[in-house]
Write a protein that binds this ligand. Structure first.
Ligand code: NAG
Length: 213
């Protein structure tokens, strides 16, 4: 039963939710659209996107991203900052789901996973099993098609990758907010730290208030 002290708090929550689409949940994921735009500046609008069907604004992306943090149990600001920076960098601020440059067949999702990982990721999603049965596992474009047709999955692959393909030490390194932690994460995702990636990560660290421990 609501006490008289809870009701004003609820009213405030509802007002706040209407004013800005904040997605909150009980697992410590509390990301808002302003934070997302500060990390991925172009995501304030899709108006000038050359591939409009692939583009998502921050307001559209926040729900699926938050859901992925819940699904994969990514609750720390340090890990969330790293995942957000990778998705924003790889999809050019959520403009792309598919690799267009150079256009590697089957490469895509918001973190632009390579086809072999997209297959593993798709196979890990129980709801996709009936659809996967109908495509060849060698058909990379069809596998990617499944992941991007059902919008939310393309925003989940970065969290899936960190939690299933990286060592626990990579996760604890990111949790600590250290530069070495970010470097180890770059190595795990098969790339190296560039100034562009670093700039995305620094914006995410600032937006999420990651502290170094
Ligand atoms: C978004 O979250 C940040 C960090 O918690 C906070 O400073 C900011 O006021 C929030 N913005 C909105 C519009 O809710």
């Amino acid at each position: 039963m609501f006490s008289h002290r809870v009701i004003p708090a609820l009213a405030l929550l509802i007002t706040t939710a209407l004013a800005s689409p904040t997605v909150d949940n009980s697992l410590g994921t509390n990301l808002n659209v302003s934070q997302l735009v500060s990390i991925a500046p172009k995501s304030s609008s899709c108006a000038s996107d050359p591939f409009p069907s692939e583009c998502r604004t921050a307001a559209q992306a926040i729900g699926p991203i938050t859901a992925s943090f819940v699904t994969y149990g990514v609750n720390t600001p340090g890990e969330q900052a790293a995942i957000l920076s990778t998705m924003a960098f790889e999809s050019d601020d959520f403009q792309y789901q598919i690799n267009h440059f150079p256009g590697t067949p089957g490469q895509g999702t918001r973190n632009m996973q390579m086809p072999a990982y997209n297959l593993m990721y798709a196979q890990s999603i129980p709801a996709l099993a009936p659809y996967l049965e109908k495509v060849q596992t060698s058909d990379a474009a069809a596998i990617l098609g499944l992941l991007i047709r059902y919008t939310n999955y393309d925003f989940g692959s970065a969290a899936w990758f960190l939690t299933s393909q990286c060592d626990e030490s990579v996760r604890s390194g990111l949790q600590s907010g250290s530069g070495a932690g970010f470097s180890a994460y770059m190595a795990c995702i098969g790339t190296t730290e560039t100034s562009d990636r670093g700039a995305y990560y620094q914006r995410a660290v600032t937006a999420l208030g990651v502290t170094t421990s």
